[in-house]
Design a protein around this ligand. Structure first.
Ligand code: SF4
Ligand code: SF4
Length: 446
């Protein structure tokens, strides 16, 4: 095993730096000399994996496209007195327009140019909605159950196109996807095509369906809305399923490599946080995600879900106070990160996985849309949808000068929820309604 002194030596030899800020629970990795940049990049990716659960990690001294799988950690802004130039990769890079380009005459513009890969030329993940039917009636749910299921062949054709384009992560969701007879054949096809498969479920379907599908699932996200029978029934408005769900969750834990739990934040969760966490630990979950309540029009599903920023910051403090061990607990959807102290931000996933920043959702009506909550019809082609004017506009809000522009958390936070910002005022350039007052008014369209 590499000791601390060996690792420090390796950083030095590779022209890399490592700085830790304990007060902010943050680590900065920096590339000081590009001479051995390719080896340093390997070291940075490995370090990132190990450090991320414990620290906010920033990477300095290289353009986003040198570490495109860690773009949201890279700090790279225009510096005065330097000349920049575009490279061929910029044409398909999702960060063009925000990124200044590579330093003209610098090492990335010359000998390392072939190492540069555009950031997100296509979505990292495509989500397929299989059905809107469900065996529960959760109070936080926004599914429209009147919509009809698409035929298997239609989704399979889209899945094949996604895989052919190189999209690696394929997710199936609902309603409850295990109520759709398309799920199992689609999982089998996705695995044959070499995809990483994710499934969202409430774990309330018959056990045999989970046993059959598990060998084709890499990652499962189970919706956990209560810690016992009474709280589960109150949240799901469906009696008698809690025992079955527990048994199915144990089965999924045993048989699927990554087992995650997800809970929409509510007054009930705040009251029962300890019991829910204990259940997530007993189920041996890898991750327990807690979500800010979201609805398409920005309104809450009822008083139970009508939370404010203080409720979420309270949850963040409770997550930070948890003893080590047990599942990793995250606030997992868009939220202005500066609502919480810096040392708690490692427990916030930010917006990068939401709001159409890294994935597209195939709506069961037969078109791509930016996210579960943003039902804009972007058409029938992945490439066209991803590069559409609508998506360019969505992704352009953080390119404008403003209060968030110089924040080192910007590419993780993305100024909070774009869906709720737009619901508030009709434009991506509105502020997240929970943006702290100290940066309000600075984030508007320039
Ligand atoms: S815009 Fe160009 S220089 Fe900047 S990260 Fe993308 S590919 Fe690299
Ligand atoms: S990007 Fe903006 S909202 Fe997010 S942490 Fe920074 S200042 Fe706050």
């Amino acid at each position: 095993m590499t000791g601390g002194a060996d690792l420090a030596g390796l950083f030095k030899v590779l022209g890399a730096g490592f700085a830790i800020d304990p007060a902010a629970a943050a680590v900065t990795l920096s590339l000081r000399s590009a001479a051995r940049a390719v080896e340093a990049r390997e070291l940075f990716y490995r370090a990132l994996n190990g450090l991320e659960p414990h620290f906010s990690v920033f990477i300095e001294g290289l353009p986003y496209c040198f570490m495109p799988d860690a773009w949201d950690h890279v700090l790279y802004r225009r510096k005065t007195g330097r000349a920049y130039k575009a490279v061929s990769q910029c044409a398909s890079c999702a960060l063009s327009g925000f990124c200044p380009g590579v330093v003209a005459g610098g090492p990335f513009a010359r000998e390392l140019e072939k190492e540069l890969k555009p950031v997100l030329p296509l979505p990292r993940e495509v989500v397929f909605e299989l059905t809107k039917r469900c065996n529960q009636a959760c109070r936080c749910c926004f599914s429209d159950r009147t919509l009809k299921e698409p035929p298997l062949k239609k989704i399979e054709a889209q899945l094949r196109k996604a895989a052919a384009l190189g999209v690696k992560d394929i997710r199936f969701t609902g309603g409850e996807p295990f109520l759709s007879s398309s799920l199992l054949p689609l999982l089998k096809t996705a695995k044959k095509l070499g995809c990483y498969t994710l499934v969202n479920t409430n774990a309330a379907a018959p056990a045999g369906l989970y046993a059959e599908a598990a060998p084709f699932m890499d990652n499962v996200l189970v919706s956990l809305q209560g810690s016992d029978q009474a709280s589960d029934e109150a949240a799901t408005a469906t009696p008698g399923l809690f025992g079955r769900k527990l048994a199915n969750m144990r089965l999924l834990r045993r048989t699927v490599p990554v087992f995650r739990l997800g809970t929409v934040a509510s007054r009930n969760l705040i009251k029962n946080f300890k019991a829910c966490h204990a259940l997530a630990a007993r189920l041996n979950a890898d991750v327990w995600e807690i979500y800010r309540p979201m609805l398409a029009d920005g309104s809450a599903a009822g008083p139970e879900f009508d939370l404010g920023p203080k409720d979420l910051t309270g949850l963040s403090a409770r997550i930070s106070a948890l003893k080590p061990g047990g599942p990793r607990v995250l606030l997992a959807n868009p939220l202005p990160l500066c609502l919480v102290p810096e040392d708690e931000r490692k427990n916030l996933l930010g917006a990068a996985f939401d709001d159409g920043h890294t994935r597209l959702v195939y709506d069961l009506r037969g078109f791509y849309k930016p996210s579960y909550y943003i039902a804009e019809n972007l058409g029938k082609g992945i490439k066209e949808a991803w590069r559409s004017a609508y998506m360019k506009d969505l992704r352009s809000f953080y390119r404008r000068p403003g209060g968030c522009r110089d924040c080192r958390y910007l590419l993780k936070c993305l100024s909070g929820s774009r869906a709720l910002a737009k619901a508030r005022g009709g434009s991506w350039f509105e502020e997240d309604p929970w943006l702290p007052a100290k940066i309000k008014t600075k984030n508007s369209r320039a």
